[in-house]
Design a protein. Sequence first.
Length: 655
Amino acid sequence: MSKPKFYITTPIYYPSNKLHIGHTYCTVATDAMARYKRLQGCDVMFLTGTDEHGQKIEGAAKEAGITPQQFVDNIVTGPRGVLDLWKLMNISYDRFIRTTDDYHVHAIQRIFKRMHDNGDIYKGKYVGKYCKPCESFWTESQLKDGKCPDCGREVVDAEEEAYFFRLSKYADRIQHLLEDTDFLEPRSRVNEMVNNFIKPGLEDLCVSRTSFTWGVPVDFDPGHVVYVWVDALFNYMTALGFENDAHQDLDKFWPADVHFVGKEIVRFHSIIWPAMLMSLDLPLPKKVYGHGWLLLDGGKMSKSKGNVVDPYLLAEHFGVDALRFFLLRTFPFGSDGNFSNEALINTINVDLANDLGNLLSRTTAMVQKYFGERLPADRQWDESLDRDLQQMASGLRDEYEAEMERYQFQNALDKVFKVIQRANKYIDETAPWVLAKDMNANAGRLAAVLYYLLETTRICGILLTPFMPESMDKLFQQIGAPADCQTWESAAQWGALPADHISKGDNLFPRIDMEKALAELEEISAKAAEPAGPLVEVEPQLETPVDFDTFCACDMRAVKVKACEKVKKSKKLLKFTLDDGTGTDRTILSGIAMYYTPEELVGKTLVAIVNLPPRPMMGETSCGMLLSAVHKEDGQEKLHLIMVDNSIPAGARLC
Ligand code: ME8
C-alpha cells in the first residue's frame, strides 16, 4: 500500500536584513508538523525558500552598492544567512526554492501569460496608494486612518500603467470558500477576511510594476515586472514542477495539505491565491492556517521596526531543541504571544530541566544503581498504584494526535507534559529508594516501577521527537530504545521496551540560572547594539586566470617620493617626482588628490608599475602608475596608496 502523502509549506522568507525569532517560529512549527507526519508514516514534502524579488530588495542592494542578486545571495547562502539558520535549527525541509531560480522565473512568465490569455489579466492604469515597505497597493477605502492597514505606516500616491488581475470576478466563489468550508483556519481569520476585504467589494488587483526592474519580467511587454506576490505565491506549485521541468512532483503532491502563514499574509493566501488558482482551473490547497505573531513589548517584531530577537543568539545560548520546544509549547499557534527571555528560561527550567530532565535522569540513575543496565524480567505489578500512569501513557498518542491534527502544538505538548508530571508523582508514590532497602523482598516490585517509568519516558520521547529531534535521540539512547521502539505504532504499545540496555547519560536539559543568563544576554545585546563598524565592500575577485608570464611582464618597483604637487588645472591629479633607482627622476601623475595632500607623501616609499607606455595628461606626461588599494566604506569610495617600508631601496623589484 502506498504511503499517504502530505505537502506542507512555510511562507518563503523575504531576505531583507534581519532574520528574527518570528520567522524561526513559523518555520519551526512547519518542521514539527512535517516531522510528525513522517513519524506517522506519511510521504512528506516540506517546502520552504526565499522570496527574492521586489522594490525593497532592489533599494537595499543599491544602498549597499551591490547588485540585487549579490544582495540576496549574501543573505540566503552567506555566513549566518537563511540556509545556515535552518541548518542550525534542524529544519528538515525537503525542498528549498529561491524565486530567482531560473525554472521558477520562466514558470512565472508562463503563468502570467496564461492568465493574460484567458482574459483574467488585462492592462489598465493604477491610481491609488502604495505602501513601500509592504509593497502593497491599497485603495483609499482600505487604508486605516490614512495609513497602510497591514503595517500602519505612511502610504504614498501612486499612478502607473499596469496589468490587473480580475480578482473581483472571483469574489463570490472566494466568499463561499471561506465561509462554507474549513479552507481557512482559525475561524476568527475568516470573519476578518470577509468583513474587511470581501464585503466592502473585492477590487481587481494590480499585478505588474514599471517603477523598478528587480522582478520577473513580463515577457510579452518589456518594462513591466510581475508583482512580487504573484511571483511568490506560485512558488508552492513551481517548486513541484508546475510550468517547468526542473521538478516532477506536481501530480504526487498538489494540492497542498496545508500552508502555514503568518496572520498578516492571510489575505494573500486566502483570497488572492485561491482566485488565481481558480483562474487557471487548478485544485485549491486543502487548508491555509494563519498563525499569530510573536510580540516583543506588545508590538510585532519586525526588521523595519528594529525590535528583533536574534535566533542565532538564543539557539547558541540555550540550545536548539530548547528554543524549538519553547516556541511551540508557550504560544497557542493561532494567537499572538509575548516573547521574553524570562519566559524562555522559565520553560526550560520547569518543563525541560525539572519535569522531563528529572524523570529521565532519576529513572536511568535508579536502574543503574539498583540493577545495572538491564531490568530483571521478573516484575511485580501493583494494579492500584500502576494503573493510572499506564492508562495515561497508553492513551497519550491518540490524544496528542487529535491536537496535532488541528495544529494545536501547545495542547499536544500539554498532554505529553501532564503524563510526564504524572510519572514524577508516581516516583514519589512508589518511593523506589525505600523498596531498594530490601532487595530480597522487593526486587520484582522495584523492577516493575522502574519499567513503568521507562515506558512512560519512551512514549513521551516518541511524541516529543518532532519538537526536539536531537535530544530525543539521546533520550532513546539512555533508555536503550531500539529503532522499533521509537515508532508511531509503538507509541501506542505499552510494554514494547526491552529494558536491557539502560545507561545514564548526560543531563539533557541543565537548569539555567535565570539571573546569570539574563545578565549575559543583556551584555551580548548591548555589544550587538554598539554601532557596527563601517560597511566595507570590496570588488569581487576576477575569475579569469592570468598566465604566469603575463603577470611577470608587469615591472613593479619600489619608488621614493622626492617631490609631490597638485596639478594646477586638475582637482584630482597629483604630480610625483620619484626616485626609481635608475638615477633619473621619474614623473607619475595620479588621480588621488582627494585622498592625500602632497606634503604627507614626500619621503614615502611607494610601489609603481614602471613599464607602462608614457601617457600624456593635462599637459604633462605620466610614466607609470602608482599602486593603491581601493574599497567602499558605507557606499563611499576609499583609496590607500600602497606604501612599503622605507628601508626598501628605490628600484627594488617586487615579484
Ligand atoms: O511575508 N511572529 O515574508 P517575511 C510570527 N515573503 N511570525 C512572524 C513574525 C513574528 N513576529 N514576523 C514575521 C513574507 N513572521 C513573504 C511570504 S509566501 C508566498 C511569501 C512570519 O519574510 C510572517 O508572518 O516577511 C511570515 O509568515 C513569515 O514570517 C515570513 O515573513
